[in-house]
Write a protein that binds this ligand. Structure first.
Ligand code: ZN
Ligand code: ZN
Length: 181
């Protein structure tokens, strides 16, 4: 999403403009609709973009491995620095900060890269398709959200099988002791 801010760069510090955002942006997993509002404010150094945007990305559930659409809320706040003076066209120095956003020589800011970066930061590390996702059966790989599989309950629950091994082992010891008496 590109906005020409040449008029606002000529305005006094603190002047505000509101923009509706409704854009298809290429995010982590493909094309996503991004919607919301962004306010642009003239600062002493450039333009501050601030707003709340909503979108959805396709992610893989970390438990059941199914693809699902994960809603994201992006609270954007970034300052853009002009690389050219709006009146004279002379080159301006921009802060030497990594990832610093600039206003190009045509006085246009591009929100797309900011949206993409905020989306990447907002995607959960371990996404869950739903809070109570039951995941996959460790034995047959069946998605347990779609109902139980045909594995035995002992097989499906590793803790139970560990317990039954312990019981068998202690039984064996008891039998050996009996044998030596
Ligand atoms: Zn899941
Ligand atoms: Zn199973």
């Amino acid at each position: 999403m590109r906005i020409n801010v040449s008029q606002q760069l000529k305005a006094s510090m603190g002047s505000m403009r509101e923009y509706e955002v409704s854009e298809i942006v290429n995010l982590a997993s493909g094309q996503s609709m991004v919607q919301g509002e962004v306010g642009l404010m003239r600062t002493d150094r450039g333009i501050l973009a601030r707003g709340t945007l909503h979108t959805e990305v396709e992610v893989t559930c970390s438990r059941c491995l199914s693809l699902f659409s994960c809603p994201l809320t992006l609270n954007v706040e970034e300052e853009y620095f002009p690389i050219a003076d709006v009146a004279s066209g002379a080159s301006l120095l921009v802060p030497e900060e990594p990832g610093c956003f600039t206003i190009d020589e045509h006085h246009v800011i591009d929100l797309t890269e900011v949206i993409r970066q905020y989306a990447l930061l907002t995607i959960p590390m371990k996404p869950l398709c739903r809070g109570d996702c039951t995941g996959l059966c460790p034995d047959c790989g069946h998605n347990l959200n779609q109902g139980p599989c045909h594995c035995s309950p002992q097989g499906a629950e590793p803790r139970w099988s560990e317990l039954s091994k312990l019981t068998l082992a202690s039984d064996a010891v008891v039998n050996e002791q009996k044998g030596t008496e």
